[in-house]
Structures are given as C-alpha cells and as structure tokens.
Design a protein. Structure first.
Lengths: 153, 179
C-alpha cells in the first residue's frame, strides 16, 4: 500500500512567473541559483534574456513570460534562476535556465489532491501541455517538446 | 567549434566578445581606411588590391549604429583577398592559455543561413573548483564550512564572454548591405 502511494506521488517544483506558475518535475531541475550577471546574446529572440555562468558552463536564461507571448520579464528582489537539465535528445551540456518572479517552492503532487485543468483554463500558448488545479491554484506544466522546437528549430 | 591558438578580445560598444584567431583577421587603424558616407551602415573601407572591403559600425547588440569616435576596425578574411570588417572600440590579443572556451549554442532561430554568430563561450574569472552561492532543487542553501565560504568570497566574479563563429559573423555582416 505504501509502495502504491509512493507511485502516485510526484515531487515537483513550483516556478512562479509574473502571471502564472509553472510546475516542473524535480527530476528536470538541476539547481536553483541566485540571479547573477546575465549577459545579453545579440541577435537572439526577445525571450532569450541572455547567458549566465553556472559551474563551468554558460547557460542560456529564458523569460517564459515572453516565450508565451507576454512582456519580457525582469528580475525582482525575489527572483531566482531555475537551472533545468538538457531537453530530451540534446547534448549533456545544454542546460537552460528560467527566470522566476519569486522564490520557487517544492511541491508534492498526488492523484488525490490535484485536479486536471480543462483546456479553457490554460494560457493560449503551445508551450503549455497541461494544467493542474491544486488547492484552488492553477499550476501549468510546460510542453518540453514544444520548448525544444523553439530552442533548437 | 575548432580550438584556436589565440583569440582577440573585442569590445564593440558595451559588448565584449572573443574572435578566434584561426579565422584569419587584420586589424587596421582608422587612418589607414577611407571613411564612408554618413548614411548607411558602413563606417569605412579598406582597400585590398582592386577591391574595397567594408567595415560596419555596430552597437553592443551588433545592430548597425553610427559612431564617430572609433580608432580601429577588424577585418575577417572570408576568402583570399576578400572579407568584411567591423569597427572595434578596444582589442586585446589573448593566448589559448588565457582562455578556456566551452561549447555554447544560443537558443532560438539562427540569424544567418550560416548559423548562429556565436559558437562558444568563455567564462572569464573562472578558477578550478570554484563554487556558486547555490541551492539544490528543494530550495535548500548549499552547506559549507566558514573556510569554504571565505574562499568563495575571495574568488573573482565570473563573466560570460561569447565567442564569435567567424563564418556566421561574416554572413551576418554581409547581410547588412551598403557595400
């Protein structure tokens, strides 16, 4: 029984954006770091905020708000960068970062607490695959395949 | 990206970049160039045999920007006797011992048919074993002894400097027109 419960639980990270909250499985998250110097990448899309040093790598940082068609986000005093593992099929050094609006929060999701959101409740963007209503709040789950197409067309 | 034995650290407006030396380049002082008309993105011309090669004036975002106060231009050779240049505010030669270039691919659509204009990145100020002020995926601050914390404070700050992909940079400059 305990094993059954464990199977239904997913450890995730809430990533607060300006007007939405992303929900990413913890397994996709490498680290949460403070916002340091982000160097702009000339000739890049507006949603690419720039690149930052992380460990020995240069990691591109994305404004998810801008990717979804909104205004480019700027760091707030509570902002963090969530460093995410490379997308499926990409090279092992291709980590990427998402700028948060405030401090990310760990979240445990299980089938008893979460209710799947209907399509009408989700932002109108190809970059969101699904949504989950948890305690009256809407958490949206990114479409990683769509992200991959945008990042590496 | 191919490993170069030397790099040029180039300042363009408020942007700082590396140009691999393997690409073949020439640095020309302003007085050796003929200045272009005020209109258009070309700042100056370099005479090579029977040809003239344009040097573009750019800002730190690599967009054409008219600037009057510049002293030198860098020309990248695209073929024997052919090439294209850009105005640089500051130029320093760095050897391969001073630079560790890692792979980097910008996100999003490449701005030129030859691909992205950056093919690598150098984290300047990097010291082996250097740690960040970082947290794990659960939001917990990473631990460390007082000595470790002190060591981190003493580390030089890290900055990313993007490394040009010369072929794509040439393609981008040539797409600006005016030549």
């Amino acid at each position: 029984m305990a094993q059954q419960r464990a199977l239904e639980r997913i450890h995730a990270l809430e990533i607060p954006l300006r007007d939405a909250t992303l929900l990413m499985p913890s397994a996709t998250v490498a680290e949460v770091v403070n916002v340091g110097e982000i160097v702009p990448v000339p000739l890049g899309p507006a949603w690419l905020l720039g690149v930052m040093p992380w460990r020995t790598l240069s990691v591109p940082v994305v404004s998810f708000e801008a990717l979804m068609g909104g205004a480019v986000s700027a760091p707030t005093p509570g902002s963090k960068i969530v460093i995410l593992y490379p997308l499926n099929g990409r090279r092992d050094w291709e980590f990427y970062g998402v700028l948060t609006h405030s401090e990310p929060r760990p979240q445990t999701v299980d089938s008893a607490r979460g209710i799947a959101a209907v399509a009408a409740e989700l932002p109108d963007t190809p970059y969101i695959a699904a949504g989950l209503k948890l305690g009256g709040r809407l958490l949206v789950i990114p479409d990683l395949d769509a992200l991959k197409k945008a990042f590496y067309p | 990206m191919a490993k170069a034995t030397q790099y040029l650290r180039v300042q363009i407006g408020d942007g700082l970049f590396l140009l691999p030396g393997a690409s073949g380049y020439a640095i020309e002082q302003r007085e050796n160039l003929s200045t272009a008309d005020a209109a258009g993105p070309v700042a100056a011309w370099r005479a090579v045999r029977n040809r003239r090669l344009p040097a573009y004036s750019l800002d730190g975002a690599l967009k054409p920007a008219r600037r009057e106060t510049w002293q030198r231009a860098i020309f990248i050779e695209s073929a024997p006797g052919d090439g294209v240049g850009f105005v640089a505010d500051d130029v320093h030669l760095l050897t391969e011992e001073e630079v560790t270039v890692a792979s980097f691919e910008p996100l999003g659509p490449p701005p030129t048919p030859a691909g992205h204009v950056f093919g690598g990145a150098w984290i300047s100020g990097t010291t082996p074993g250097m740690e960040d002020d970082r947290r794990d995926a659960g939001g917990r601050a990473s631990s460390g002894t007082n000595a470790e914390v002190e060591r981190r404070r003493e580390q030089p700050s890290k900055h990313v400097i993007l490394v040009f992909e010369p072929r794509a940079l040439v393609a981008y400059l040539q797409s600006l027109g005016g030549a």
